[in-house]
Each structure stands twice: as C-alpha cells, then as structure tokens.
Ligand binder design. Structure first.
Ligand SMILES: Cc1cc2nc3c(=O)[nH]c(=O)nc-3n(C[C@H](O)[C@H](O)[C@H](O)COP(=O)(O)OP(=O)(O)OC[C@H]3O[C@@H](n4cnc5c(N)ncnc54)[C@H](O)[C@@H]3O)c2cc1C
Length: 391
C-alpha cells in the first residue's frame, strides 16, 4: 500500500488525510505542536466551497458549531454608527471558529490515520523507492510521498524548496487575533474601528462572555521571534498605545490573554507546488492571508490532490493535474486578499471615511447582488471534480 506522510494537522493536513485514506492510501500525519492547536479567528465557507464540507460529511458538525454571526458595524471613536458590513461579507454562509473546524476534521480522521503530535520532519532524502524521513524525536521512516500541509511557515517547504524569504511577499500589514471578556455585551454582532494605519474589529457570537478581537496595523517587515508571544504583545501594545475607542480596554485584555495569534499579512508564491515525491497544499503552497478564502481552498486543494493521486498512474501526473485545477483559484484568492490590510486599517482619515461611504452605497438594495458576487468570487471559481469512482 502507498504510504503517505502529511506534515501539519490544522485544516489542509486532516483534510488531505481524510481523502487519501478514502482512496486507499496509508496515511501518517505529523504535527509539531504537542496537541491539536486551538484558537484563531472564525473562518467561513461560501458558495461552492460548502460542497467540500458536504462531501466529507462534516457539514452538520460545522453547522452545529456555526457562529451565526450578524452584521459588523463600522463605528467612530465615540462608538457612533458609520456604516454596516453585512454578515455575508464577513462571515460567508457558514462560519466556524478555526480551532473548532480543526477539531471536527481531526475527530473525523483520528481513527482512520496515524497522528503523531509533538514531532516534525528534520530531513527528507528522496530516492527511486521513496523518501527517507528523519524526525526531531521519532525514529527515521520511509514513505512513498510527502505532503507539506504545514502552513505559511512550512517546514517541508523550507527543507525541499528553500527558505521562506524566497517565496513570501509581505503585504505591508500585521494582524493579531485574541479573545477578551465581552465588556461591550455584543451578541452575534461585531464592531469595526480604524485610525490611519490601525484597525480593530471585535465580534461576539457563540460564547457571549467572550469578544474575539482582531488588530491590524500597517508596517514594514518587522524582525521578531515567531514563537515569542510576550514579544508579540509588546509590539501590539506599542503600535496601538495612543489609539482611541475601546483600544485601552482591548490592550488590557491583550496583556492577559493566552490565545494570541500574531502574524504578518504575507502571501506565499511558488512557481511549482511539487518537487519529486514532495508536494505542498494549503497555506504552505499559496497562503493568501485573511480575506482570500484560504481555509475553504486549503480543504478543496487537499481533496483535489488526493483525488488526482487516486486517478493518475504516477505521482508526477497527479501533482501536475492538482496544480492545474487549483492554481487559478489560489491566484484569485491572493488577488482578493491583497486588499484585506487596507480594508481593516485604511492609511488615512480620508480612506476611513471612504470605506464607510462605500459600504453605505453597497448596502443599497440594488447593489446587494454585486456585493455577494464580489465576496464569493474565489469560492465560486472552482467546481469540485468528482472522484467518487476512485473512492
Ligand atoms: C493556531 C492557529 C491560529 C490561526 N489563526 C488565524 C487567524 O486568526 N486568522 C487567520 O487569517 N489565519 C489564522 N490561522 C491560519 C489558518 O488556519 C490558515 O490560513 C488556513 O486555515 C489554511 O490552513 P493550513 O492547514 O494550510 O495551514 P495552518 O492552519 O497554518 O496549519 C499549519 C499546521 O502545521 C503545523 N506546523 C507548522 N510547521 C510544522 C512543522 N515543521 N512540522 C509539523 N507541523 C507543522 C502548525 O502547527 C499547524 O497546525 C491560524 C492557524 C493556526 C495553526
């Protein structure tokens, strides 16, 4: 039986594991975190991307944990209403906290494939018969194929394709997500505030005691340790030090939170997503950043990759077909996500006023269809191939 190693157990990894197993491959997933990682903002599905949840039989589980988020209100420094961003824009048709989705996908696969937590690949040596893999902790093993589903800072990509700086493009912003107590008493609703180069959004949905806070700021690339959460907190506190609205309270919550996710808004671009017996999927291959439909596309990509491996006679053809099918949507997602930083943190007072004006116009009834089309474009750009016979 063909043995496949998947690196990363967040979204793309467990999805790839599910479909590879369905197609009769023997799958091992290695995740560097000691346990499944919780946290992160909510992620949404819309249009054609809902089909992947249906096909996997997890739509009901996802709907059961859906945020059912309402609209987000754009406010000024005194909390006064400026405009409304409809839930269809921010939250799609179904929205679920990222950690909950990862848990659903893990539960769906944990008895079908082997999961190894707290370890990572340290070397990959390819030969005619497979790939010899060494791990930081476990004993060396040999696999037929290796899938890098280990995110924007992929270890597999670094080992096989080269250092991250060769593929990552900084979009000029950083984003943070964390949770704080719901002092605003928001209920299935959100608020969005900006000052030039700074943006903050708060939402509350499933857990009404908790606010999800997202902070975005414009910045040149910063040098910091990706694992040092206290350093991330200091960077954020400094950037938002003089900001108004609810920022003093949010920064107070930031100092105490243990749920912080902090990263640059960057995009990953590679000319080719595979090399020999190693292939990348999800953020490892095409990370777009928020607003690019990245979670749905990571799942669709994993589905297509597994389907093409099942229906092609060799991995070379399968990898090429997978890339041919997914690349146009990945590119579209990246184009769409380029605007996310500027949406959350417009660069001037004029830009902030302009954002409210745009949403006041887009919310006029005759333009509702245009708005939905704009935000669903990437999700609708791909129709899932049918691999039922292979499965
Ligand atoms: C904890 C967490 C919080 C997040 N929060 C947000 C957020 O608030 N906003 C947002 O836009 N996106 C967030 N993301 C990213 C988001 O999940 C992805 O953009 C998207 O869902 C695509 O998923 P992916 O599986 O391709 O990559 P990711 O979700 O990034 O998952 C990659 C997985 O690989 C693991 N990994 C990394 N390196 C190695 C290695 N060398 N060996 C083994 N495993 C490795 C990681 O621990 C992680 O579990 C978050 C990701 C994580 C892991």
């Amino acid at each position: 039986m063909t043995k496949i190693l998947v690196s990363g157990a967040s979204i793309a990894g467990p999805t790839a594991a599910y479909w590879l197993h369905r197609h009769g491959f023997e799958v091992t997933v290695v995740e560097q975190a000691p346990a499944l990682r919780a946290g992160g903002s909510a992620v949404d599905f819309r249009g054609e991307q809902l089909e992947i949840l249906r096909k996997m039989g997890v739509l009901a589980d996802v709907e059961a944990r859906s945020t059912r988020m309402g609209d987000v209100t754009i406010v000024d420094g005194d909390g006064r209403y400026q405009a409304r961003v409809p839930s269809a824009v921010m939250s799609g048709e179904v929205e679920i906290p990222r950690g909950d989705l990862s848990r659903v996908l893990y539960e769906h696969t944990k008895n079908k494939v082997e999961y190894v937590f707290g370890d990572r690949i340290t070397a990959l040596t390819e030969h005619a018969g497979g790939v010899d893999v060494t791990f930081a902790k476990g004993a060396p093993r040999t696999f037929d194929l290796v899938v890098g589903a280990d995110g924007a800072h992929s270890g597999v990509r670094s080992l096989v394709f080269g250092p991250e700086r060769d593929f990552a493009t900084h979009l000029g912003y950083y984003a943070a997500y964390f949770t704080v107590p719901n002092h605003l008493r928001l209920d299935h609703a959100g608020q969005l505030y900006a000052e030039p180069g700074l943006g903050a959004m708060v939402t509350s949905a499933v857990d009404r005691d908790t606010l999800g806070a997202m902070l975005v700021f414009a910045s040149e690339p910063l040098s910091y340790d990706r694992r040092d959460t206290e350093q991330h907190k200091r960077i954020l506190a400094e950037k938002f030090r003089t900001a108004g609205w609810q920022l003093p309270i949010l920064l107070d919550g930031l100092a105490k939170t243990d749920t912080l996710f902090f990263d640059s808004l960057s995009q990953v671009r590679l000319d080719k997503w595979s090399k020999g017996r190693v292939v990348l999927v999800g953020d490892a291959a095409w990370s777009a950043g928020p607003g690019g439909g990245g979670t749905g596309l990571a799942m669709v990509g994993a589905y297509v990759l597994a389907g093409e491996l099942a229906t092609n006679s060799g991995h070379d053809q399968a990898f090429a077909a997978y890339e041919r099918i997914i690349r146009p949507s990945a590119k579209m997602g990246q184009n769409q996500a380029k605007r996310a930083g500027g949406f959350f943190a417009p660069d001037s007072a004029r830009g902030i006023r302009g954002r409210s004006r745009v949403y006041r116009v887009l919310n006029l009834k005759p333009l509702n269809g245009l708005l939905t089309w704009l935000v669903n474009r990437t999700a609708d750009s791909i129709e899932l191939p049918d691999y039922t016979r292979a499965a």
